[in-house]
Design a protein around this ligand. Structure first.
Ligand SMILES: Cc1ncc(C[n+]2csc(CCOP(=O)(O)OP(=O)(O)O)c2C)c(N)n1
Ligand code: SF4
Length: 268
């Protein structure tokens, strides 16, 4: 059995003081301790962004890859090595903009992985441009002086519509609650999505006020209609597990596609 702090790699994070991603790192180490996770059996897969640096800070295998491509890499790894605990992660820019299409299809495919999207509603690493989740009238970027003026992407509602079988929202101001969600998500058989409200005090100092507005909702259901009604009325600041309903994971096992049977089909 390992202590949470023993899951830290010893590499010092280079995030800004007060960055929410520190809390996500701590939540993952706590969840791993509770799960008694063997470091050699866990793989964290990320894209590019401040948030995507996280795998380097954990004592496990990691893949810090290409912007927006964490999900296909993680899904491929899980299909090839179903014995591993595979956790994909990254930011809202990484996952919902350049990686948005992969997000939809990962939800639909339901490969048994966890996906943690650290959502600070901005592209932190490239200096604060608007992302898909930036509020419509957020006026703090010179590139969008009137705000992006488009409706923000709704990650949890879109995950539900696309077929994710576990949907939750955590908050960097509540690392213990987030650790609990991760504990549940890892044990969920299928694609488990956690949107984490993870503050970027450098480019969005107003997010420090999330501590006054984020609220816990006990809304968990296995009814997609009920979950959709909740998520469409949601103010984006509710935290909790909103939906979980196991369904068959991909790839489906067929006798005819087992390698030994495929080989038989080519025998002369
Ligand atoms: C293909 C490609 N396009 C653009 C970039 C530039 N880029 C690096 S990180 C990033 C966005 C990071 O924002 P996010 O994923 O939200 O993570 P955060 O830094 O906010 O944690 C972008 C656009 C890149 N590295 N590769
Ligand atoms: S720029 Fe924002 S997201 Fe990046 S490390 Fe700093 S606070 Fe965190």
């Amino acid at each position: 059995m390992m202590l949470a702090k023993e899951y830290k790699s010893g590499v010092k994070p280079i995030w800004c003081p007060g960055c929410g991603h520190f809390a996500v790192l701590n939540a993952i180490t706590k969840a791993f301790a509770a799960l008694e996770q063997a470091p050699e059996n866990a793989v964290l897969v990320s894209g590019i962004g401040c948030s995507s640096r996280l795998p380097a800070y954990i004592n496990s295998y990691g893949f810090h890859g290409v912007h927006g491509r964490a999900l296909p890499v993680a899904a491929g790894l899980k299909v090839a090595r179903p014995d591993l605990n595979v956790i994909a992660m990254g930011g809202d820019g990484d996952g919902f903009s350049i990686g948005g299409n992969h997000f939809l299809h990962a939800c639909r495919r339901n490969v048994d992985i966890v996906y943690v999207a650290m959502d600070n509603e901005v592209y932190g690493m490239t200096k604060g441009q608007a992302s898909p989740t930036t509020p419509e009238h957020w006026e703090h970027s010179k590139l969008t002086p009137h705000g992006p003026e488009v409706r923000p992407f709704q990650p949890c509602a879109i995950a539900l519509a696309s077929g994710a079988s576990f949907i939750a929202r955590g908050y960097s101001g509540d690392p213990n609650g987030l650790a609990h969600m991760l504990f549940e998500a890892v044990q969920h058989p299928g694609f488990a999505f956690i949107q984490v409200l993870s503050q970027c005090p450098t480019f969005c100092p107003e997010q420090v006020q999330w501590k006054k507005t984020v609220h816990l909702e006990d809304a968990c259901t296995d009814d997609p209609v009920q979950a959709a009604a909740f998520l469409h009325g949601d103010d984006g600041l509710a935290k909790g597990i909103f939906y979980r309903k196991p369904r068959p994971t991909w790839p489906v096992q067929h006798q005819s596609t087992e390698p030994v049977n495929l080989r038989k089909g080519f025998e002369l």
